[in-house]
Design a protein around this ligand. Structure first.
Ligand code: DGY
Length: 323
């Protein structure tokens, strides 16, 4: 009997493809370029599953053109590339890759906070450009990290990881805002205090965004929110582009209405708003918060596990729309 067919929509670890091949007939995109939508639809014909990397848009048009598709397994914890309602309405499962990237992503969030507060990129560029000719008392003086107030918007697993690093490692006072409050036990573990969003904006010395993107939180941080922040504050976004209004942020950075920002995600990435590229007080990285080999392997493995579990039991391990 022939095996069911799956598509791997972008280049991934060969070991992941090999595991899939034990259960499925696998077609792969061996390049790390996304296929245009029409090509993706063409390749999906006859496929029951697709391994996606978080950027392939799975919407009603695609689903209607690929009626055999039953499961889309994202190698990402975020799944804003899925139109979940359209998938659910058509009985198509989506899965994501939670947990396996939590600590690695929290490490990166904290690294970006540190680099932003202590002006590491800006000062390195200065040095590389041969501009370092003398000592000066306030050269690249940045913002204090230890003992400062860490604000976290979005207190899921990654937010909690950042809170623990700040509270336990750096003696920071942690305040957070989230759709729902953590249990008293988790609040105690993270040494975090729940506050309203306005208070979070007003009190944070370093504000880290870790909330999932939904249309409801599009531009959650725009000109009005930036205006509430301290002029000495820094903003770090490791969540998703679109949560921050990048044009408003670039303007605030240019006018020093906040001190600095660290951004790993951008609206419309890999395009980066040109105004962000022209301000010095921002650290920019290309969406690499989960990028260690071990974590990326674990994310790929979980996506593969989801496809295999669906095939063998009908139930993937980490569905985003259980049916
Ligand atoms: C995720 O897993 O959502 C990260 O942003 C990597 O895509």
């Amino acid at each position: 009997m022939s095996k069911p067919q799956v598509l791997v929509a972008r280049a991934v670890f060969p070991e992941a493809v090999a595991r899939l091949s034990e259960h499925f007939e696998v077609e792969t995109n061996d390049s790390d370029e996304l296929w245009p939508k029409a090509e993706l639809i063409r390749r999906l014909q006859g496929k029951v599953g697709v391994f996606t990397t978080g950027s392939e848009r799975i919407d009603a048009e695609l689903l209607d053109a690929c009626p055999q598709l039953r499961i889309c397994a994202n190698m990402a914890v975020g799944f804003n590339n899925f139109d979940v309602d359209a998938m659910t309405a058509r009985g198509v499962l989506g899965t994501n890759a939670p947990d396996v990237l939590t600590e690695t992503t929290a490490d990166f969030g904290f690294a970006l906070l540190m680099a932003t507060a202590r002006r590491i990129t800006e000062s390195e560029l200065f040095l590389r450009a041969g501009q370092w000719t003398k000592w000066s008392f306030d050269m690249f003086a940045g913002a204090e990290v230890h003992g400062s107030t860490l604000g976290i918007l979005g207190m899921g697993r990654i937010g909690q990881g950042i809170a623990r690093r700040g509270a336990h490692g750096f003696g920071m006072k942690v305040v957070y805002h989230n759709r729902s409050r953590l249990s008293p036990e988790l609040e105690a573990d993270c040494k975090a205090r729940y506050v309203a969003k306005d208070e979070l904006l007003r009190t944070a010395d370093h504000l880290v965004l870790v909330l999932p993107y939904t249309p409801a939180n599009h531009h959650s941080i725009g000109a009005d929110e930036l205006a509430q922040m301290k002029p000495t504050a820094t903003l770090v976004n490791i969540a998703r582009g679109g949560i921050v209004d990048d044009a408003a942020l670039a303007q605030a950075l240019k006018e020093r209405r906040i001190a600095a920002a660290g951004l790993d995600v951008f609206e419309g990435e890999p395009r980066v708003h040109p105004d962000l590229l022209s301000v010095p007080n921002v650290v920019l990285t290309p969406h690499i918060a989960s990028a260690t080999i071990a974590t990326r392997r674990a994310m790929a493995d979980l996506a593969v596990d989801n496809l295999i579990a669906f095939l063998t039991t009908g139930q993937p391990r980490t569905p985003v729309n259980p049916q």
